[in-house]
Ligand binder design. Structure first.
Ligand code: GRF
Length: 201
């Protein structure tokens, strides 16, 4: 059975694109059945449209408060009956209702080697800290900011002449490959979460 993925985006959607491209192979084991966004006018939504994938936008400011937004997003995602939900550059922390509905199968890709550099500016913080190795982490979301159990990590070197832009792009290239590989393994082989430890297969 082909697993149903819902991908949440806020920006360029290159990780989304990698999943869409991978799922053209029927052996991949998953397909993107919907794309959700927290804002309009982003490239991620255009990528969904170009691929013929249904998309929805759920903006915080269209709801009376954060809880109402959380409930609305939960319902919009649930309507697509996802097996796995992927936050790929989605710049929102989902609330308790969302986590109750999808806990354990809501995952996020982040552009640092967690637990180093959680939050929005990881490549810049890695450069400022002078680390020699950076990378990306795929993890199971919990209520914290980039704190959930780690599924996979991939490392890239930090070069002497890197700028935030060059390091960000090097991380993203490795991040996309990791996301495609790990999501494929998760849907084909299954996964378990025991405390902090995630096991594939
Ligand atoms: C990724 O590097 C992700 O880790 C970070 O934002 C980037 C999203 O890129 N939070 P894209 O929208 O998938 O191109």
């Amino acid at each position: 059975m082909t697993a149903r993925l819902v991908v949440l985006v806020s920006g360029s959607g290159s990780n989304l694109q990698a999943l869409i491209d991978a799922s053209r192979d029927p052996d991949y084991g998953a397909r993107v059945v919907a794309v959700g966004a927290d804002r309009g006018g982003i490239r991620g939504l255009k990528r969904a449209e170009d691929a013929g994938v249904p998309a929805f936008t759920c903006r915080v400011r269209d709801h009376p408060d954060r809880d109402a937004w959380d409930a609305a997003l939960t319902d919009l995602v649930a309507a697509h009956e996802p097996d796995l939900i992927v936050s790929a550059g989605f710049l929102k922390l989902c609330g308790p209702r969302f986590l109750d509905a999808f806990g354990g199968r809501y995952i996020n890709t982040h552009n640092s080697l967690l637990p180093a550099f959680p939050g929005m500016d990881a490549p810049a913080e890695a450069l400022a800290a002078g680390v020699k190795v950076a990378g990306a982490t795929l993890f199971v979301c919990d209520a914290g900011v980039d704190t959930g159990p780690i599924i996979a990590q991939t490392a890239v070197p930090v070069e002497d002449d890197d700028t935030v832009e060059t390091l960000t792009e090097r991380i993203k290239t490795a991040e996309r490959a990791q996301l495609v590989d790990a999501v494929g393994r998760m849907v084909r082989e299954g996964w378990t979460v025991e405390g902090r430890r995630v096991r594939l297969g």
